[in-house]
Design a protein around this ligand. Structure first.
Ligand code: PEP
Ligand code: MN
Length: 351
């Protein structure tokens, strides 16, 4: 696939003919205003994989008719999600230009094999979203299955990963996986999907900018005429003005090798720092549980033998990692004095 900037935009789901055509009309007006980055492909899901049954599951074949009409009226290529062989066959019949494979499907090798088989000899571009689990090999395996059958270009879409705690986002970005995808497979264009990472529209500008800073090859953004009334992903879709605002706020930094490396390392460092805070919170929770037990068993808060063991074990492990021992001892002392302070407070409060 050509490594140009690919902007894909449109609603999460195709909900009605009017909604599809109104959004396509807006995007074509947007393109006519000569923005630096025009929308290359119009997206709208015809079949929506929903977490819980009973939610809006897409309009199916009717949505393909609306997409075909949008393409004919506005001359913009269209794309939708396929999750089985029957979807692929219908899309090809309706002239859908590009296909994308959703996160829940990428993680299922049986479905991927079925879809890849249906794409035999097909030259339509295919975008493969990352699987919901943070598993680069599974993502690459899905791409490989498509490449073994389809003849057209294949790209990847980073939409974040489903983690137990992905706060504040809907899906944890785990930028390092996207970075590793680009590093190991620079020939596969990689788009960033800030909508599904963020889950809330307020996060989209910063996530889109991160995608650019990591030299991703484009963006997939959810845009809806009235997001509050959307039948799926209402809180993450942008209205037309918000889409224009996001696009005009993007900064294309100098793509020299140094600034790109700098941005990559900073994003990963931010993630490591977030993990450290989560680990500290977890550690303090355990310290409180211990404090409660010590209180119940009438044990002293400070237990030197135990603390000496901790320091010895941690300094040996730090030494193996090549860390400065004074630095590690300072951190251990901080952790210990905070734990003692909290446990003493607990004893005081309960007396
Ligand atoms: C979508 O693009 O609307 C979608 C369902 O995406 P994902 O597979 O990333 O959840
Ligand atoms: Mn969506």
């Amino acid at each position: 696939m050509q490594q140009e900037f690919t902007l894909i935009a449109g609603p999460c789901g195709a909900e009605s003919r009017e909604q599809v055509l109104e959004t396509a009309a807006f995007l074509s007006r947007y393109n006519a205003s000569n923005p630096p980055l025009p929308v290359k492909v119009f997206r709208a899901g015809a079949w929506k994989p929903r977490t819980r049954p009973g939610s809006f599951e897409g309009m199916g074949e009717k949505a393909l008719e609306w997409l075909a009409e949008a393409k004919k009226t506005y001359g913009i290529p269209v794309t939708t999600e396929v999750a089985n062989a029957a979807h692929v066959e219908l899309c090809l019949r309706y002239g859908i230009d590009q296909l994308w494979i959703g996160a829940r499907t990428t993680g299922n090798p049986f479905l991927m094999e079925e879809i890849a088989g249906a794409l035999e000899g097909c030259s339509n571009p295919v975008w493969v979203k990352n699987p919901t689990s943070p598993d680069l090999a599974l993502w690459l395996g899905a791409i490989e299955r498509v490449c073994r059958h389809a003849k057209g270009p294949v790209g990847a879409v980073h939409r974040g990963f489903g983690m137990y705690n992905s706060m504040p986002y809907r899906n944890a970005p785990l930028w390092e996986i996207a970075v590793e995808m680009k590093r190991s497979h620079p020939e596969i264009p990689l788009l960033c999907d800030p909508s599904h990472i963020g889950g809330k529209r307020e996060y989209l500008p910063e996530l889109a900018q991160n995608g650019l800073d990591l030299e991703m090859n484009g963006l997939m953004l959810e845009v809806h005429p009235t997001p509050a009334k959307a039948l799926s992903d209402a809180s993450q879709q942008l209205d037309f003005a918000q889409f224009e605002q996001l696009m005009s706020g993007l900064v294309f930094r100098k793509a020299d090798c140094c600034s790109v490396k700098l941005a990559r390392i900073r994003h990963i460092l931010d993630e490591v720092d977030d993990e450290l805070i989560q680990l500290l919170a977890h550690r303090m929770q355990l310290v409180k549980e211990l404090g409660q037990l010590k209180k119940e068993e009438n044990l002293s808060v400070l237990q030197f033998d135990r603390w000496n063991q901790v320091v010895e074990r941690m300094t040996a492990s730090a030494q193996k990692q090549g860390l400065d021992l004074d630095f590690v001892r300072q951190i251990l002392n901080c952790l210990h004095s905070e734990a003692i302070r909290v446990q003493k407070d607990m004893v005081r409060q309960e007396n």
